[in-house]
Design a protein around this ligand. Structure first.
Ligand code: ATP
Ligand code: MG
Ligand code: MG
Length: 401
């Protein structure tokens, strides 16, 4: 039996430093192993320790998590100002790789649940959005793709009443020039380019970020796809758009979900707006069923409206009755800015999707008056790669398998 079962008062030891960790609580459990709240007698502090299953796949994933997070902490956020969890220690205990992190609080999914899935105010949402964007700015400069952004992986800090959050779980992260896996991101937050099997960049995290901020407002996921087909169907319906032809033309899985209906000419590609003709049409359910020999799983509808604009504009207020007319007008104005903000994030074309810097300058975030659609200035070039210390995915002493 290769599994270490953690119990309260069990002791984990880093045998290099002799530091001892006393298990006080189990915070999370997953396919990877367990996360325990531990007390450190040496410092009289609490830390969160991820105890990884004693199996090669999980071990390797954890090694990547250690190397990427160490690099981000040390080289890109030495002063701990950018809302990325701190890694404190790692060691092997009884053939289990253990990673210790600063102790954080509840995750944003738990927060939504505590609030009975009614969503949070745009004011609080703005505070969260700024901090996540700050972390995403760092990741983009570091050429790191998180690959699993979702509310569960954003945690409140334990500082009370601060609304401070941090990004966690770099166990699926990769460097932008080493995008080896194609089955990544949690389904509701999966970007169109990943769904379609197209090469991807840090822009996939911006798609997930768009899904997260929508969910924080609505309380429920924007695209709760029950299958990948159902997910693309929901995107197309809610966004009234579909992936651009240049993506569909070169993506690996296009034929699984789309039918080629014509040759897109140069002229077509230069056309914009309503009249644009695509060379591809999304398969109907029966066409999909005929091709894949199975019915696509489809899920619940959460909202009474079809389009992003209608869903957000009509979303019920928690306490509209208590609001003055002036407050209602202000809320409506914020919602229009919020819709425009979302539109640049859940943008099908990864090339047009906003970067973290562009999103951070949106009037919804900066609270400047929002009058017309935001047209971000082109992104400034990133710091050259030569300044980046690449990770070697080797956290130290040797092999355990
Ligand atoms: P899997 O991908 O198999 O679900 P995981 O990679 O998501 O596992 P984590 O997200 O790192 O594992 O941790 C799982 C859960 O443990 C988190 O969602 C969170 O609730 C809790 N947790 C993780 N790190 C911390 C921390 N530093 N402080 C407090 N709780 C934490
Ligand atoms: Mg996680
Ligand atoms: Mg993970």
């Amino acid at each position: 039996n290769s599994d270490l079962i953690l119990a309260v008062n069990a002791v984990l030891v880093n045998s290099d430093s002799n530091r001892r960790y006393i298990v006080k609580d189990i915070l999370g459990q997953g396919t990877f192993g367990q996360v325990a709240k531990c007390w450190v007698p040496e410092t009289n502090n609490h830390v969160a320790i991820k105890v990884i299953k004693n199996q090669p796949a999980y071990y390797h994933q954890a090694v990547v998590e250690i190397s990427i997070l160490t690099m981000l902490n040390q080289n890109f956020d030495p002063e701990d100002k950018h809302h990325i969890v701190r890694i404190l220690d790692h060691f092997v205990f009884q053939r289990h790789l253990c990673i210790s992190f600063e102790m954080l609080g509840v995750n944003l999914y738990e927060l939504l649940k505590l609030n009975q899935y009614r969503g949070i105010s745009l004011k609080l949402l703005r505070l969260f959005a700024k901090q996540i964007l700050d972390a995403l700015l760092v990741l983009r400069d570091a050429r790191v793709i998180h690959c699993d952004l979702k509310p569960e992986n954003i945690l409140l800090t334990t500082r009370l009443q601060s609304a401070e959050i941090k990004m966690i779980d770099f166990g699926s992260a990769c460097m932008e020039n080493r995008t080896v896996y194609s089955y990544i991101q949690s389904r509701f937050y999966r970007s169109p380019e990943v769904l379609l099997g197209h090469p991807y960049t840090t822009a996939i995290d911006m798609w997930s970020f768009g899904c997260i901020v929508a969910e924080l407002f609505l309380g429920l996921p924007l695209f709760p796809g029950a299958s990948e087909y159902d997910l693309i169907k929901r995107m197309i319906e809610i966004l009234r758009d579909q992936p651009p032809d240049h993506i569909l033309r070169s993506a690996k899985n296009t034929s699984k979900y789309f039918k080629h209906v014509g040759v897109s000419s140069r002229l077509d590609e230069n056309r914009t707006g309503e009249g644009q003709q695509s060379a591809y049409r999304f398969l109907t359910e029966s066409e999909y069923e005929a091709r894949e020999m199975k019915k696509p799983e489809s899920g619940k509808r959460y909202f009474n409206f079809d389009t992003l604009e209608d869903i957000v504009v009509n979303y019920p207020h928690l306490n509209r009755k208590k609001m003055t007319e002036e407050e209602i007008a202000k809320e409506n104005q914020s919602r229009l800015a919020f819709i425009d903000f979302l539109r640049g994030l859940v943008e099908f074309d990864p090339e047009k999707r906003w970067t973290p810097g562009q999103a951070a300058r949106h009037p919804f975030v900066t609270e400047e008056a929002f009058t017309c659609p935001y047209m971000p200035a082109p992104e400034t070039p990133r710091k050259p790669v030569s300044q980046i210390v690449t990770v070697d995915h080797n956290p130290g002493s040797g092999h355990w398998f």
